[in-house]
Design a protein around this ligand. Structure first.
Ligand code: ADP
Length: 485
């Protein structure tokens, strides 16, 4: 079905640099495809290093005037951008569903979530307080101020085409930084629509630039150009490693939101129905394509069979289909490689003795569609225990004691989100403290919001996004020593 918008001007085929809508220098384009039917949604410029350099120059030149504004002046513009996102949420959701696949209601939810970062950081930009420090010598005073770091580069993934951008752009712009963003090649149209609205509400030229195209070429320029002071990236741990290495020669400040391998633990004292709801919310949101999705579900032996049965019933009832169809809660996976990864995790688990309780194969709808799946009899030696599936597969592991499950939960190089269900207050504290993760959801499967610090430990990344911690990533500390008093 064709993409029908109330405001067709939101759908663009050009990138946005220095306040202008432009093509690639050589006019080449990349296609954007709908993962639900393989149809072309649009095209965007296939840009490389030269266009990226121009965008960085624009951000550098726009920086002095943007940082010279008061936080309130910046907040007024950001607030108007927030309002514009909310006002156009339906159209933005349609664009997102057409290129990403998530159901319309979920896409609209993401727009509201994405907008919340702009609103939050517009306010928080007014509170980037420094310090005064008691002096060690009477002839001098010590003052600490926070300043915007400068031009920031952002590279973002396709699973949250809007929110992963605003979670970076919101704090960066509020703090007085300017930015060059490279959205994922699968989902650039949502990003460009955000820029249309930023332009409309009067964001000055060059403050926010969007380049689309070749990830490696654009990435090389963003990570090596000395005018870029900071890189903020959300994506796979492997790409994060490459970018971190590329940033080393110019010693850029880094924020990295990388992969996860979230444990979801159901203790024997859990409210099982609540745990099933939480597991569905955590595991099957965005068809399992989020870095905080439950990847390993550990269930105590005493409640294992009961939980498995309840979960399988709930999973079998999830409606799969095109995200524009009413009632659909499971859209297609982003591409064929994503489908193959889920298949390979299932094949590997079955070969090692796991059992399918529901689902287990490609969906009859074809394309990126996959049946929501529950596996039982899953163990720590299977691939699904070590790698993020990023798909609609819920593997159930069995455990017998708190110590055993904590050891299994922490047995991974990742440390992003974790979840557990228990009603025992002593156990809640002990387990929350023992989990080596940046985030712990206790009796809930949903933890992301703009007021809380999102981020990981271990190889899940560095830095925090959202909350008052999130703006610190875009600020540098300057120490003033005032002597001669
Ligand atoms: P995924 O496997 O989920 O696509 P990636 O980490 O590959 O995760 O992608 C996240 C973002 O990183 C996307 O915008 C993608 O284009 C970009 N990307 C991938 N590889 C590179 C690279 N070598 N240099 C710069 N950006 C990259």
């Amino acid at each position: 079905s064709a993409l029908v918008l109330k405001d067709p001007d939101l759908l663009r085929a050009q990138a946005y640099v220095n306040g202008r809508w432009i093509d690639a220098n050589d006019r080449r384009v990349i296609e954007v495809v709908n993962p639900a039917d393989g149809q072309r949604v649009g095209t965007v410029p296939l840009m490389g290093a030269a266009e990226t350099r121009a965008a960085i120059d624009a951000a550098r030149d726009a920086w002095p005037a943007w940082r010279a504004k008061t936080a309130r002046e910046r907040a007024v513009i950001l607030r108007r951008w927030f309002d514009a996102l909310i006002e156009h949420a339906d159209d933005l959701a349609r664009i997102m569903t057409s290129e990403q696949g998530k159901p319309l209601a979920e896409a609209k939810g993401e727009i509201v979530y994405a907008a919340s970062f702009i609103e939050w950081f517009a306010e928080e930009g007014k509170r980037t307080y420094g310090d005064t420090i008691p002096t060690p010598a009477n002839d001098r005073r010590i003052i600490v101020v926070k300043e915007p770091i400068g031009v920031c580069a952002a590279i973002t993934p396709w699973n949250f085409p809007a929110a992963m951008i605003t979670r970076k752009v919101g704090p960066a712009l509020a703090a007085g930084c300017t930015m060059v963003v490279k959205p994922a090649e699968a989902t650039p149209l949502t990003a460009l629509a955000l820029a249309v609205l930023a332009e409309r509400v009067g964001l000055p030229a060059g403050v926010l630039n969007l380049v689309t195209g070749d990830p490696r070429e654009i990435g090389r320029e963003l990570t090596s150009n000395p005018d870029v002071r900071k890189l903020t990236f959300t994506g796979s741990t492997q790409t994060g490693r490459i970018l971190m290495e590329q940033c080393a020669p110019t010693i850029k400040k880094l924020s990295l939101e990388l992969g996860g391998n979230a444990p979801f633990i159901v203790f024997d004292d859990a409210d099982l129905d609540a745990a099933v709801d939480g597991a569905i919310a955590s595991k099957f949101r965005n068809v399992g394509q989020t870095c905080v999705c439950a990847n390993r579900i550990y269930v105590h032996d005493a409640v294992y069979d009961a939980f498995a049965e309840k979960l399988a019933r709930a999973v079998a009832a999830l409606k799969v289909g095109n995200g524009t169809d009413a009632g659909v809660v499971q859209g297609p996976l982003i591409n064929e490689a994503a489908v193959r990864k889920v298949e390979s995790h299932i094949d590997d688990a079955l070969a090692q003795g796991a059992r399918i309780v529901t689902g287990g194969k490609r969906h009859a709808l074809g394309h990126g569609f996959f049946e929501p799946t529950v596996l039982t009899g899953v163990t720590q030696t299977m691939r699904v225990a070590k790698e993020e599936t990023f798909g609609p597969l819920a593997p159930l592991f069995r455990f017998h004691s708190d110590a055993e499950v904590i050891q299994m939960a922490n047995d991974t190089e990742f440390g992003l989100a974790s979840y557990f269900y228990s009603r025992d207050i002593g156990r809640i504290w002990r387990v929350a403290e023992a989990l080596e993760y940046g985030m712990v959801g206790i009796n809930t499967g949903l933890i992301s919001n703009e007021v809380a610090p999102f981020g990981g430990v271990k190889q899940s990344g560095v830095g925090r996004e959202g909350s008052h911690y999130g703006i610190e990533d875009y600020l540098v500390v300057k120490y003033l020593c005032l002597g001669g008093l």
